[in-house]
Ligand binder design. Structure first.
Ligand code: NI
Length: 248
């Protein structure tokens, strides 16, 4: 059930049975010549919505803009600064915790968010400890990348092998294509498999990876692959959520 599509009595009823919630978090950033700018938010929310149905979990509103400073040389990219994202996550969790939510599983669609999301969790724990002392509610916050589950990883290896790459991957582009088949885009990719390597700031990124991709060949992406990847990732996520909710 999506929080945005629920009524308050439904949320009140849900809380008598569970204090868990999934929180999709993505990014609004370039994904190469063919990938949608919203890929990371779309993938995270689609997989969360599907997994939420499997385990009857509430899914919060998607955090659609994340840490994308290094993509700012490409038109359309938006970023928060780390302090803004930390503040936003604190406010989201404090709002939900005030109603009784206690376990927050962040479903991440963008690797660049991880450090800042982790920093937000530390801030929240510290803030609750200072505010409530020994009576602080036992909050638990976790973040996982949707592509790290064992089923989706195996499928993605099988479908794309070494052409998966690290950014604008055929895996994420496929999931977004399945979600929005009317927005599949085509372009000549040169070279077919993008270069890999380290980068520093936004200008350095664009210099090393001129079309925005890193190590990937998104021409392999199809909506049909996207459906299979979505199903696999949702199954992985459902399992991770069950474990998270059942932990001592
Ligand atoms: Ni991405």
């Amino acid at each position: 059930m999506r929080l945005q599509l629920a009524s308050w009595p439904e949320v009140q009823e849900y809380l008598t049975d569970s204090t868990g919630i999934m929180m999709p978090i993505g990014s609004t950033e370039q994904h190469g010549p063919t990938g949608l700018i919203g890929t990371d938010a779309i993938t995270a929310e689609e997989i969360s919505w599907r997994a939420g149905e499997l385990v009857n979990a509430l899914v919060g509103p998607t955090i659609s803009v994340g840490m994308a400073h290094h993509h700012l040389e490409f038109p359309g990219t938006m970023t928060l600064r780390p302090t803004t994202l930390v503040a936003l996550i604190r406010d989201y969790i404090e709002s939900l915790a005030s109603h009784g939510f206690r376990r927050f599983l962040f479903v991440n669609g963008h690797g660049g968010n991880l450090a800042t999301v982790g920093a937000a969790f530390y801030e929240i724990y510290q803030e609750f400890r200072q505010a409530h002392g020994a009576d602080a509610p036992a909050l638990r916050c976790r973040v996982l990348n949707w592509w790290d589950g064992s089923k989706v990883r195996a499928l993605s290896d099988d479908l794309f092998g070494s052409r998966l790459g690290n950014h604008a991957t055929p895996s994420e582009v496929s999931v977004a294509a399945f979600a929005y088949p009317g927005y599949v885009k085509h372009a000549e990719l040169d070279p077919p498999v993008a270069p890999t390597g380290r980068f520093y700031d936004a200008r350095d990124y664009r210099r090393r990876f001129p079309d925005g991709r890193i190590g990937s060949d998104p021409s392999m992406a199809t909506p049909a692959h996207g459906e299979r990847l979505l199903v696999a990732a949702a199954a992985d996520l459902a399992e991770a959520y069950r474990q998270f909710m059942n932990e001592d």
